[in-house]
Write a protein of this length. Structure first.
Length: 361
């Protein structure tokens, strides 16, 4: 019967698997990683919070596609939390971690990846439902979208907890991997192959949907009198999703390939030398998504810009109002309130000219 090592610290497993490169995370390398990681994580928190707030605030985004897009932003926000936890538990600290704390560190990363991946799959289904009917948005109800979002996170949490639930090498040291010293190599093969296959399926599905939209739009454009912008809306949404998917695949595929090679016990692949850079590349994906949303979707960018602009204007108005006598404030409350309300409706607050330049009305 194999002996189990649940009570050991991680230095025991690092030594057993001959993972000596953990010490290379000290000095300048560690400082560079921490500086870039801190900057990226702050950007992830702020930008993805803006995306979620934009979907909540703008009624034009109250549709299944944007709810799922907001959930994808939530997954990126969660990824930022996972990376922060990783930064404080990496380098020389890795060897001092308990088994449970190390499982938590890796489980957070696995959960964030699964949440993003499954969310993209659900978006693919939603896009297929709407595009095949040549509609901008599907007929999914809010209850069904809520159920899908809950299911996405349930699956993500379960997949992140699989190694903790038993698929590990704590009772079989010979099966331990090199990159993840308490993960079984068989689990790494399963994990990486599963994700790579899903990547391939999603790429094929989205390309098929996109080609269908392009072909159908070209046919309808010569027979309908609707506005050009309305006919192009499904294409614009698909371009946004395709760009997000492309960035996701590019950022995560190298890391998954490295995990697959480690699972296959490739001792001559030099995977220890590239693992930290592929991890930063995966982190970059959560940074890129909010930029893609704002760049590809003028309405999203306009809403985010108004929120940032209005928050700064509110502060300046509060400072100015503190200098105005209370009698003046009392007389002007109704009219100013009506002016602000009308201004918001008409898009005259926070740089309407800038939004018009981007094509919004």
């Amino acid at each position: 019967m194999n002996e189990c090592y649940y009570d050991k610290r991680m230095d025991f497993f690092y030594n057993k698997t001959k993972t000596d490169t953990v010490d290379e995370w000290t000095g300048p390398n560690l400082i560079v990683v921490l500086c870039f990681g801190t900057f990226f994580c702050l950007f992830i928190f702020i930008s993805n919070s803006l995306v979620i707030a934009a979907v909540v605030k703008n009624k034009r985004f109250h549709f299944p596609f944007y709810y799922l897009l907001a959930n994808l932003a939530a997954a990126d926000f969660f990824a930022g939390i996972a990376y922060v936890f990783l930064m404080f538990n990496t380098g020389p600290v890795s060897k001092t971690l308990t088994v449970n704390r190390w499982f938590l560190r890796q489980g957070l990363l696995d959960t964030s990846l699964t949440a993003s991946l499954v969310n993209l799959l659900v978006i693919a289904v939603e896009r297929h439902m709407s595009i095949m009917r040549m509609k901008i948005h599907s007929n999914l109800t809010k209850k069904r979208v809520t159920f899908l979002i809950i299911s996405i996170w349930a699956i993500a949490i379960f997949m992140g907890a699989v190694p903790t639930l038993g698929w590990n090498c704590l009772c079989d040291i010979t099966a331990c991997s090199s990159l993840a010293p308490i993960y079984s190599r068989s689990y790494l093969v399963f994990w990486s192959v599963l994700n790579l296959v899903v990547f391939f399926i999603m790429v094929v599905v989205y390309i098929r949907i996109y080609m269908y939209v392009q072909r159908k739009t070209n046919v309808l454009s010569s027979h309908t009198s609707g506005s050009i912008s309305r006919r192009r809306t499904p294409v614009k949404l698909m371009k946004t999703v395709m760009t997000v998917l492309g960035a996701f695949v590019v950022c995560w595929t190298p890391g998954l390939v490295v995990l697959l090679l480690d699972g296959l016990n490739c001792t001559y692949c030099g995977i220890q030398n590239v693992k930290r850079w592929f991890l930063l590349l995966a982190l970059l994906n959560s940074v890129m998504n909010p930029i893609i949303y704002s760049y590809k979707d003028d309405e999203m960018w306009g809403t985010m810009k108004r929120m940032i602009c209005c928050s700064s204007e509110d502060k300046s108005q509060e400072r100015r109002s503190s200098r105005i006598p209370s009698t003046v404030l009392c007389r002007s409350t109704d009219t100013s309130g009506q002016y602000i309300e009308d201004g918001i409706i008409q898009g005259t607050i926070c740089g309407k000219g800038d939004l018009d330049d981007k094509g919004n009305s």
